[in-house]
Design a protein around this ligand. Structure first.
Ligand code: HMN
Length: 288
């Protein structure tokens, strides 16, 4: 379960329906071209919070059918509707996903006891291992070292996807829980997190830049920091341009230039203007 995991995109058509052929091509590109170690399915990058339960299930099925046992698969099942979270967790477990993950419950200001109950409830109903998905900037939910420790008391919780620029907390977590899996999740901070000995990383830009993420991670593990810094620099030039042009839309556009039918983003995400499509082309030509 260690290494570089792509936060998988999903291909959608103009009607917002899953483009199965396109999704299969995205899976193949990540496995065959970028050679990532795993896929994180139905995360933010998969537009998970914009789609129906049936669509989430179908995506789990298609990805498993395409990837088979070739890479590790993590199913993100988190939902404010706890029955949906349990249903998806059971569904992905039946499909033999290697682990499930759930975003911390958001929108309402849940206290820590409620958050803990959410994870324990999902896990009481499913025979699988869980990776907490912590992304305070989007959920408003920040947990401290002790609270992570309390969640980790449940042995089925095997790790955390740590999506925050808090390197103090990241170092404390690494030190306090050497046996838990910690995935760094801001791609622009991969090297810094790797130096702190994270077990892997999960990221959106790995859909097109997974090969560089693998290099950064492996070089850092070998102590080749200067070399890793060079690759992180190019990576961050790329990420800065992608973020400026529109994150998920630009990644999809770049995939299309690589011959992958990545489709468009679901509403209310907008589509790229012609000018931005041209810019995406320039980004691809410059870096990929
Ligand atoms: C997911 O759930 O899809 C991703 O793991 C989320 C991941 O942390 C990405 N965050 C967001 O998209 C909000 C990052 O890969 C991020 O896109 C990247 O570092 C660029 O800022």
């Amino acid at each position: 379960m260690k290494g570089i995991f792509t936060a998988l995109m999903c291909s959608f058509d103009e009607k917002g329906q899953i483009n199965e052929k396109g999704l299969r091509e995205i899976v193949r590109y990540n496995i065959d071209q970028s050679k990532v170690d795993g896929l994180y399915v139905n995360g933010s990058t998969g537009e998970n919070f914009l789609i129906s339960t049936e669509q989430k299930k179908r995506i789990f099925e298609i990805v498993k059918d395409e990837a088979k046992e070739q890479v590790k698969l993590i199913a993100q099942v988190g939902s404010l509707n706890i029955e949906e979270a349990v249903e998806l967790a059971q569904f992905a477990t039946d499909l033999k996903y290697d682990a499930i993950s759930a975003v911390t419950p958001f929108y309402y200001k849940f206290d820590f006891e409620e958050i803990k109950d959410y994870y324990n409830t999902i896990l009481e109903n499913v025979d699988n291992q869980m990776i907490i998905y912590s992304i305070p900037a989007l959920t408003g939910v920040s947990m401290n070292l002790d609270q992570f420790g309390e969640l980790f008391e449940n042995e089925k919780i095997i790790g955390v996807k740590f999506t925050a620029p808090d390197f103090f907390l990241l170092e404390r977590l690494r030190h306090a829980y050497p046996e838990k899996l910690i995935y760094s999740s801001f791609d622009e901070m991969l090297l810094s997190a790797s130096v702190l000995n994270v077990d892997g990383a999960i990221g959106s830009t790995f859909n097109v830049n997974g090969h560089r993420a693998k290099q950064i991670f492996e070089l850092a593990q070998n102590g080749q920091i200067a070399e890793a810094r060079e690759i992180q620099k190019v990576t961050n030039d790329l990420i800065a341009d992608i973020l400026e042009n529109g994150l998920y839309q630009t990644i999809k556009e770049i995939l299309k230039l690589k011959g992958v039918d990545a489709g468009i983003c679901r509403k209310p995400m907008k589509t790229l203007t012609d000018e931005k499509i041209e810019k995406a082309k320039q980004i691809a030509e410059r870096y990929l």
